[in-house]
Design a binder for this molecule. Structure first.
Ligand code: ATP
Ligand code: MG
Length: 138
């Protein structure tokens, strides 16, 4: 039984397609969708001296991405949204250990600029390290 699905979202086209697939599965299996956005503060060079204003702006960007995912969900499907900060790959895996979903549905690629590679670093890490089934959506 797929009761809980973890859907890590970064606002990319691939992530949007993952949301669509996750909704179809949730519809069939009456699962709950758990959307997770990780604000990648490690990517900012000035990590050590981030002002509250910058952190607030980063979180706001995440809220917009989560909001877009939520807007795709039909009203009869249960969902929850989560926002974390840190390295996306490690944080998604930590979160998986916390909520123990039955399935992870995520995009193969994200917002990264390198083209022509099947998997991004986040999807590759999760496929390798996760202890639950992972559906990677192209
Ligand atoms: N910051 C994030 N928060 C939540 N989910 C994410 C985040 N970044 C990526 N993901 C998930 O991982 C999927 C694959 O993205 P990934 O980052 O691996 O590819 P990429 O951006 O093309 O490559 P890279 O980041 O290595 O340059 C996305 O479609 C999304 O589902
Ligand atoms: Mg990425």
């Amino acid at each position: 039984m797929i009761k809980n699905i973890l859907v890590p979202v970064d606002g990319s086209a691939s992530s949007d397609r993952a949301v669509t697939q996750a909704i179809s599965i949730a519809d069939l299996c009456e699962s709950k969708l758990n959307f997770l956005y990780v604000a990648n503060i490690n990517q900012l060079a000035i990590n050590a001296c981030l002002s509250d204003a910058i952190l607030a702006a980063v979180r706001k960007a995440g809220d917009v991405i989560l909001e877009r995912a939520v807007n795709m969900v039909p009203s009869d499907i249960k969902y929850e949204t989560f926002s974390e900060t840190g390295s996306p790959a490690v944080t998604i895996l930590d979160f998986e250990k916390q909520i123990k979903p039955d399935l992870i549905v995520m995009g193969s690629r994200g917002l990264g600029l390198v083209k022509g590679v099947l998997l991004g670093s986040v999807s590759q890490y999760i496929v390798e390290q996760s202890t639950c089934p992972v559906m990677v959506v192209k």
